[in-house]
Design a protein around this ligand. Structure first.
Ligand SMILES: *[C@@H]1O[C@H](CO)[C@@H](O)[C@H](O)[C@H]1NC(C)=O
Ligand SMILES: *[C@@H]1O[C@H](CO)[C@@H](O)[C@H](O)[C@H]1NC(C)=O
Length: 460
């Protein structure tokens, strides 16, 4: 026996993992091996699920089973934001997936979220990554409603391929503009459940989410100022003459006033383009993968500051052998890109607050976690914390865990407060907009506690 274990360890034979049985539909989508991938003991799948009757529109997924005993672990759907950025390139290959591309190979991620759950990465909506519509006119006017409905249909049809996950505990997580996608999807799931009890929804977690446009965007001024990125006088102008939500509103309508132009020019000059707005402590040389949701920072759109020449994820996902291994194809586009340049999303949807939907989800008894990488200036923790606190008051939820630190790896992982044992807020110390990228260990501790419905570690 000892010898067998030694051999199993030596050759990474997947000795203790009970392999689940699969329908013929899903076994066709099993990934044999990704190019350059280390030996692993879990199964991976990837492919398309069509979301309309005529099979014109199809969404691409990458599904990673849990490392150990997948049958006993929950199912987690992960969504990145943008709108229009890829959960495959950002979420799976840069944040919390099992591998990260490095040169010609993939290296293992020791803080992969599939240590705790079966993770389903979905490229959504159509026009993002490998997801497509055969008729490109469908890319016009895609909005939150269409996205939520397509995501719901996706899951329904995905369960046909993976029936053993049908009744599994289901969590939805994601970040940034997924602060719109996720509550909207959860709400129509709960509605669907009244007809047919299909979704065993157990919780949602939103990272640096857009929940209420004005509060989220206007907390940027104080964040910049308190981190020394702008001067006192510019701060005054940025909070009186023209605030950020007003600027973005004008920008989306193609009518920027002269006062906003003047203020934003001051802000842009002082902050400089050499600071990453998604992590104000980082140097600017960041992979373009992490400039996800640049739509949330339109003043940066004009400047393409791609000083990092090599972009490993983009290179990797554009390899023919990788696309073949993933059962992916490029439809109507020449290359896989991080954030879609064919999708024409209804950007004004960002102004419709999703925080009331979060309230309804809580009232339906579903736990919600809102977490913040505390170095992000795009959706700063201060805005999210204000919104959570306000929501708790509206719902009449009293503080069940007073504001306190939580620990990970013998250090402070961040701060947390819980209301009514159902609505949680947590920061992740030292984390960027893409928290699992910059603080993978702390993010995994938070994720695990969230799935287990347990308080964050109170001591180390
Ligand atoms: C689904 O799971 C719930 C518990 O989470 C259980 O009560 C129910 O019977 C299950 N339904 C099916 C069809 O297995
Ligand atoms: C931002 O500006 C808009 C339009 O001028 C105004 O209605 C709003 O109150 C301002 N918000 C903040 C937080 O200053």
């Amino acid at each position: 026996m000892a010898l067998a274990i030694a051999i199993a360890l030596l050759f990474q034979i997947c000795f203790f993992t009970k392999v689940q049985s699969y329908s013929s539909l899903s076994s066709a989508e099993k990934i044999t091996q990704l190019p350059g991938q280390p030996q692993v003991c879990f199964q991976q799948f990837a492919g398309y699920v069509s979301v309309d009757q005529k099979k014109q529109r199809a969404l691409f997924y990458y599904f990673v089973e849990a490392e150990v005993d997948p049958a006993s672990k929950p199912l987690v759907l992960w969504l990145n934001g943008g709108p229009g950025c890829s959960s495959l390139g950002v979420g799976a290959f840069s944040e919390n997936g099992p591998f990260r591309p490095s040169g010609n190979v993939l290296v293992g991620n020791e803080h992969s979220w599939n240590k705790e759950a079966n993770i389903l990465y979905l490229e959504s909506p159509i026009g993002v990554g490998f997801s497509y519509s055969a008729d490109s006119s469908n890319y016009e006017g895609v909005n939150d409603k269409i996205t939520a409905r397509d995501n719901l249909v996706f899951l329904q049809n995905w369960f046909l391929k993976f029936p053993q996950y049908r009744n599994r505990s289901l969590y939805i997580t994601g970040e940034s503009y997924a602060g719109h996608y996720i509550p909207q999807l959860a709400e129509i799931m709960l509605l669907f459940n009244k007809k047919e009890n299909l979704f065993n929804l157990k919780g949602i977690a939103l990272g640096n989410p857009v929940l209420e446009f004005a509060t989220d965007f206007n907390s940027r001024a104080e964040y910049f100022w308190s981190h020394g990125l702008i001067s006192d006088t510019t701060y005054k102008l940025f909070t009186s003459a023209c605030n950020y939500s007003r600027y973005v509103s004008e920008y989306y309508r193609g009518a920027i006033s002269s006062v906003c132009l003047r203020v934003i020019n001051l802000v842009t000059t002082e902050t400089s383009k050499f600071v990453d707005k998604y992590d104000v402590t980082l140097d600017v040389c960041m992979s373009s993968v992490l400039s996800q949701s640049k739509i949330l920072s339109p003043e940066q759109v004009a400047e393409t500051i791609d000083v990092c020449v090599e972009d490993e994820t983009v290179n990797y996902l554009n390899r023919r052998d990788v696309q073949q291994a993933l059962h992916a194809r490029l439809v109507g586009v020449k290359r896989w890109v991080v954030c879609s340049n064919v999708l024409d999303y209804e950007l004004l949807d960002i102004e419709i607050p999703s925080i009331p939907i979060v309230g309804r989800i809580i009232n339906a008894g579903i736990p919600v976690l809102i977490y913040s990488g505390d170095q992000d200036s795009v959706i700063p923790l201060t805005g999210s914390r204000t919104l959570v606190h306000r929501l708790a008051e509206e719902l009449g939820l009293r503080t069940s865990t007073p504001y306190r630190v939580w620990f990970a790896g013998m250090q402070v992982g961040g701060w947390t407060q819980v209301y009514g044992n159902i609505l949680s807020f947590a920061t992740i110390r030292g984390a960027s907009h893409e928290a699992p990228f910059s603080q993978p260990g702390r993010s995994l501790v938070l994720f695990k506690a969230f799935l287990e419905g347990r308080p964050l570690p109170e001591a180390f």
